[in-house]
Every structure is written in C-alpha cells, then in structure tokens.
Design a protein around this ligand. Structure first.
Ligand SMILES: NC(=O)c1ccc[n+]([C@@H]2O[C@H](COP(=O)([O-])OP(=O)(O)OC[C@H]3O[C@@H](n4cnc5c(N)ncnc54)[C@H](OP(=O)(O)O)[C@@H]3O)[C@@H](O)[C@H]2O)c1
Length: 285
C-alpha cells in the first residue's frame, strides 16, 4: 500500500534551483509541508512562495550544508515547526555541485571541498534527522522516516575529468546502501537517487567553477531530462519506497549500460575514451 504523504514534513537541501526546486514543488503538490534550505535565500523564497501557493506550509533557511552546527539547528527547527504534523518525516540530501577537472589538476583542496559539500554536507542533515526519527515510537507497518541521498548515475561508472565528482557520488551511494540495511530493522527507509544528465544550473555552474566547457556539451540534447522527471520519481519513491531511484526510460537504459560497464571495464573505456579527445579539442580552442 502506498504511504500517505499529505501533511508530512519533507526537508530538502539545495532547494533554490534544479532538482531540489522541482522536488519541493512536486512534494507540495502531494500536500507535504516543507523545510527548504540553500545559500541563495532570494531564490529559495521564490520557491517557497510557489509551494505555499499550493496550500502547504514552508520553512526556509539560508544555509551552507558544510556548516554542521547550522544543519543541526535547521533540522531541530523544522522538527519543532512541524511537530503538530509528526515532525520531520523525510530528508532529501540534494545539495551538491560538480567539478570537471583531470585528476592530476585536482588539488587536495578541490577534492576535500567537493567531499565536504557533497558527502559531509549530506551527512550533516541526515544524522540529526535520523536521530529524531529514532526517538519516535514505532507503529507497526508505518515507517518512522525516509532518507534520500541525491547521488548520481556516475556513482557507478566515472567519466574522464569527473573523477573527484564521481568519487563523491560513489561515497554517497555506498553510505546510503549501508544505511539502508542498518536502519531497516528500526523502520527507517533509506534510498539513493541516481539522476542521469538533468537540465539544471549544474553544468553552467560546473563550467564556471572548472574554468572550461563541460562534458555535457558533448552529449546529445535529447538525452538530457528535465528536473521534474527526477522530482516525480523521488515523490514516487516516498510513496512506494525502493532502494534506488533511476529516472525514466533513459535512466533505466543508463543503469543497464553501467552494469555492463562494471562487469567489462574495457566497454566503459571504449565508450568514454572519445571524451578525452573531445575534451582536448575543446580545451585547445
Ligand atoms: N544535473 C545533473 O545532470 C545531475 C545528475 C546527477 C546528479 N545530480 C545531483 O543533483 C543534485 C542537485 O543538482 P542540480 O542538478 O539540481 O544542480 P543545481 O541546479 O546547481 O542545484 C544545486 C543546488 O544545491 C545547492 N547547493 C550547492 N552547494 C550548497 C551548499 N554548500 N550548501 C547549501 N546548498 C548548496 C544550490 O543552492 P545555493 O547555490 O543557493 O546554495 C542549489 O540549490 C546535486 O547533488 C548533483 O550532484 C545532478
């Protein structure tokens, strides 16, 4: 039976744009109350306005997920704000960024920074949220909460120049997978989300940060999906929990392809080797 989401509180990090924004709107459409955070408060407020227009309550906080104490306070505040509706039910650790840089050009500071946001930033909200979920009495047949990690299809197979980013996404996926089994006996659901190329600010921001064109410029446009596709799959996973969320038919195709690539690394190399040439050509321009 599907889980009723109406009135439950969903925490979403990185809700000022892209997948986080689309998921906030999709959750609001299902009647979920929201606790949203990101650093760009003005953008976040606009998202909150749209969601409030759908008839739900929304708490917003300007927050950098690297700030562990700030994340603790945000989760506690969200739980208090929605106490009448059972407190924090779901958390979507979505905030994150990309980096396109060869491994040799990636400094220790680059690597630490991306882990700090994508991995530790996720844990910073997940840990206090799970602590709250654990503190609640168990009701037979009802989950105490649901944690979703926004990983990536690149958690499975990396691309040239995406080593640091893919490593951060692989860490998220493995932590999520371990947590799923560890928390299952306590009635807490854990899922990992694996979007393929999604049309958001992600690639523009990655381009600015990396100082050059991105791999996405070499992918066919038809391949990229809108953020709403990911958002709908996240909501569907909240209603009918599953271990991993792969998005749409293209996501299923990529999932299958990546399974083959992990069994046969030469296939992965053959499929992605061309990106080095394309990249070199781009960089030389
Ligand atoms: N787009 C894709 O193709 C794709 C594919 C697979 C996985 N993903 C993953 O999906 C997630 C969302 O990305 P997106 O595609 O929606 O990109 P996006 O439009 O750039 O959104 C990223 C969001 O994360 C927030 N954020 C980044 N760093 C933050 C920090 N330190 N503290 C708080 N918030 C932070 C940003 O808000 P502020 O700047 O306002 O803080 C923004 O709301 C990321 O984890 C990304 O790795 C994306």
């Amino acid at each position: 039976m599907a889980i009723e989401l109406r009135g439950r509180c969903m925490v979403i990090t990185g809700a000022s744009s892209g997948i986080g924004l689309a998921t906030a709107v999709a959750c609001a459409r299902r009647g979920m109350n929201l606790a949203l955070c990101a650093r760009r408060v003005e953008k976040l407020e606009k998202v909150a306005e749209v969601c409030r227009g759908l008839g739900v309550r929304v708490l917003t906080r300007g927050l950098d997920v690297v700030d562990a104490a700030g994340c603790d306070a945000f989760i506690a505040e969200a739980d208090g704000e929605f106490r009448d509706a059972g407190g924090v039910y779901g958390v979507f650790a979505n905030a994150g960024y990309g980096l396109e840089r060869s491994v040799m050009e990636t400094s220790d500071a680059d690597l630490r920074a991306i882990m700090e946001t994508n991995v530790y930033g996720s844990l910073n909200v997940i840990r206090p949220a799970v602590a709250l979920m654990r503190s609640r009495p168990r009701v037979q047949g009802r989950p105490r909460g649901h944690v979703l990690w926004c990983s990536s299809c690149l958690a499975r197979v990396t691309l040239p120049y995406y080593g640091a980013y893919s490593a951060s996404k692989a860490v998220q996926a493995h932590l999520g997978c371990a947590m799923r089994l560890e928390l299952e006996p306590e009635g807490i659901i854990v899922s990992t989300v694996h979007p393929i190329t999604t049309k958001t600010e992600f690639f523009d921001a990655t381009k600015v940060r990396s100082g050059r064109g991105t791999i996405a410029e070499h992918s066919p446009d038809w391949f990229a999906q809108p953020a709403e596709v990911v958002a709908e799959r996240v909501v569907s996973c909240l209603r009918r929990p599953r271990a991993e969320v792969w998005t749409g038919a293209k996501g299923t195709f990529v999932r299958f392809g990546m399974s083959v690539m992990t069994m046969l690394p030469w296939v992965a190399d053959a499929c992605t080797r061309g990106m080095v040439g394309a990249k070199s050509g781009k960089a030389a321009q």
